[in-house]
Design a protein around this ligand. Sequence first.
Ligand code: PGA
Length: 253
Amino acid sequence: MRKKIVAGNWKMNNTLDEGLKLASEVVNMVKDERQGDVIVVLGTPFIHLASVSKLIGDTKDVHVSSQDCSEHESGAYTGEVSVSMIKSTGTRYVILGHSERREYHEETSVQLAAKLDRVLSTGLTPIFCCGEPLEVREAGTQDSYVCSQLTESLFHLTKEQMSKVVIAYEPIWAIGTGKTATSEQAQEMHKAIRKHLAIKFGDAIAEDTSILYGGSCKPSNAGELFSQPDIDGGLIGGASLVARDFMGIINAY
Ligand code: PGA
């Protein structure tokens, strides 16, 4: 069964105190108000992971995610954070391949494939991001662009490994711009992603993979996006920084 997931991506926002305040507001709202069976994830900066995990405790209502990880296991990689370090904080998810990391840190598909292997071997759940820039959308070649991203980073996985991966489709032109993809554009791409996964991993795995939409998702448009048959939730940037807005998206199902 495909899981419904709403994951916040705080990016580089919030001091530790601010992050703990936001996390506790979300945890309380989820406890009191959540209507459906949506899995809620908070993607915090590395330095917040341990404290937010502790705050959440064993409630299992909300999970924590990092926004990246190192492709190396351990050693002389100054400034890097390994998956076993991430896991040791109680974190369960790792966002990988966000377009901001691909663009500003020149992350390649090969590097992302290595990061995926690390995350999966540690038993954490990767949220693998893909998505096209505006010029690709304007040229109408978005399907092949996104499918290539998937082929290059995911197609070396076994079926068993792939069954643990969550995908987030985030058109770059919609991230932080207020310009959301229409629900038809998003549905079309999610369907294309699922079809592409089926070629390599078979229909059952493709059907069971959760594919989230990201890019200017907010309470006012989440309901329509989430009502599409191939959209299984969202990866939320700006709106995840305000507990009430994030809760509005969680309850948009
Ligand atoms: P946004 O960001 O919701 O602020 O557009 C989404 C993301 O980058 O994950």
